[in-house]
Design a protein around this ligand. Sequence first.
Ligand code: HEC
Length: 329
Amino acid sequence: MRTRRFFILTLVCVSIIGLIAAVSFFRRPITIHARIAEDGGFAPDNVKARVGEPLHLRLISDDVEHTFALGQSDLQPVILEPGKPVNITLNFDKPGTYTFYTTTPSSLNFWRMRGVIEVVGDGEPQAAEPPLYVRLGLNLDEKHEEEEREHIELTRQPSAIKGESFVDQIPAIYITHDYYVAHSPMEIFGELRAESALQSLNEEELWDAVAYIWRQNISSTALAEGKRLYLINCAACHGENGAGDGQFADEMKAIAEQNKDEHGIQTPTDYANAEHLLEAKPAVLQGLILRGGMGTGMPMWGTIFTDEQTWNLVAFLYSFQFEYQGVNQ
Ligand code: HEC
């Protein structure tokens, strides 16, 4: 009798241990190491997962502080302190290729620290509509022909609030979203200047009207989201105030001067310089963010941000030129 009970007890224990072992085997996380880009970046940089099955990751930095951020997801960037592993579990409800990256400017090439999670399974993959600049037939590189740029001299920052007082005089066509995405502020300024309804306005007031039109195309929440994304992802190079003076600006400038052949790293764009933003169409800026500067040091963000996030970023960039209440630094 005793032996039998002992036998059953042993069997139960063995089964429980077996079950725990099996569960932990399947839950065993995949370890991803993070090292500065110059030492290899993330390893492995390609991970597979299935829709509906949790993906357990163990993240560890082998050198300095990094972050693990995941594009097209709600995951808040996870901070990885050197030598301290962090376990996370990801769940995917759509198949597709998801990019992970760092938001910590750990070295000059930090933006090259990227990897992908390939998620397979049933369901529609992320819809990939061609970006607006393609649909509008715009050339992303034409704006780089600097010599064709008109020099814009503003006497003061155009103000959306001041522009609001002209709302009754501004023809409705200029306030539509379709018009906004396809025209630069400079183009709309030219149109407004020619409008008979606006003849009484001086140049400063016309620019206020342009700032007002721009502000009408974005909600306050979306603008705040654009600012948040900018500070996390762009300020290291473009600078907190958009003046192209982020922490790597000097290093990038030195490299840019060494290889003056126009290919290779360039200095981050200075948005304090009026021409950059006032002569750029929103659809072109969005395209440049999606595509990146192709080897210039401007990363491509197309696989990371949703369409909405890129539009919020574009709208926020213009706030470096336009005075929007509650947004400007
Ligand atoms: C690693 C540094 C770096 C980061 C990070 C970075 N940029 Fe850039 N960016 C550059 C450089 C360098 C250029 C200039 C090269 C070029 O024009 O292609 C540039 C150019 C651009 C341009 C083109 C502007 C113009 O007038 O030609 C846009 C728009 C832009 N960046 C937006 C962003 C946004 C938005 C982010 C964040 C989501 C970002 N950048 C993050 C380095 C960076």
